[in-house]
Design a protein around this ligand. Sequence first.
Ligand code: F0G
Length: 458
Amino acid sequence: MARKYVMEPFRIKMVEPIRLLTRKEREEAIQQAHYNVFYLKSDDVAIDLLTDSGTNAMSSTQWAGLMSGDESYAGSSSYYRLMDVTKKLFDYDFVQPVHQGRAAEKVLFPLLLGKGKVAISNMFFDTTRAHVELAGGRAIDCVTPEAKDTQSRAPFKGNMDIPRFESLLEEYEGRIGAVVMTLTNNSAGGQPVSMENLRKVSALCRQHDIPLCLDAARFAENAYFVKQREEEFKDASLEDIVRETFQLCDLFTMSAKKDAIVNIGGLIGVKDDEEMSLKVKANVISFEGYISYGGLAGRDLEAMAIGLMEGIHEDQLHYRIGQVEYLSALLNDEGIAHQMPAGGHGLFLDAKALLPHIPYYEFPGQALAIELYKEAGIRGCDIGSYMMGNDPDTLEQLESEFEFTRLAIPRRVYTQAHLDLIVEAMKNIRDRAEQVKGYRITWEPPILRHFQAHLLPL
Ligand code: F0G
């Protein structure tokens, strides 16, 4: 395993100070935050691993791009630069910028789904699940069973479970509005999808005449894993892998706040469907803004055009995935369970294994996230039953496949010493794990509750 830290392929020329609180101050802060990490002030956080979304450090080239952004309402040159890059990378007929990933979902999903329709995915992320439900549909997860054993080292734990997918295609014949492939598979632990798996899903979708939509937030990391782990692609360029990935699908939504290394932005892609492009444009003009800016400033389009190319640079991915592998190797030495092999954008601690005395309905992933904050000011988040929420029909608490505490690593932000501190904090928590208590919810909103709920320790 990669205990060796990969050198940062950049120099740091601007820094942001970190404020360190005492343990007592952190205990007060999390109590005031209703034991919900989303309510913590970022000034009260030492190492912020809440998300890798929009928290990335842009390069000097991207910052320079901000200055040359063209702010014209229509026909901005920054828009055309972005279109040139997306054409080169994805080769879709129509690409639409929007302000972030969930805006893409809000625009596209109602065009595919409605009451009585279902969407099947290797795994929906929280906002994609919410937008399927807001469009009136129901979301079905169909991840490979290999993902469920966090200790197995299967190379593509993000894959669709093909036998189950085939039976779902029969069971819901005529009611499937879309198939969504999320890559990398965030909720399963930032786990990649193989090209072999995507080819099978694509062929089945074509056979059944169902649109295949890529949730492409971490397309570059996925391409890197394909190159590393799939024999056929060991000599392929990342750009070639990306192009084949997108060409196997009909549509894509993308949060550009991840692999495109920007602080805000998203995309929708339509491969070969003039009518769908027109519908997307109509929704975008109503909800997001005119077609050539889609709710973004011209400078954001410029930064995205540059970031898309930086994001698929092999040195950047080698370093980035290397950080997570390094963290995984150190935790493994300490016997601290997490999804293995390490995922692309973060380390997913197996809270179920670490806190076996806390049942899913007392939210082990959330309990561990709070413990890490109290221990060392590290902010991660629950990716488990707390995030999963309630069944939209029965309103009962759902049991998630996983109980993870996710430590998402922002791109180009933290260094080796920060990662070492995480390991130290986790060792301390492991040593007194049986004292960690579960949580109950005292207030929750009806949808995407984890962002806003109030909790209390049991
Ligand atoms: N799809 C995936 C796979 C995501 O991980 C996210 C966001 C979205 C869609 C929505 O994109 O935030 O730009 O609206 N994930 C973030 C996370 C928030 O922390 O994993 P968005």
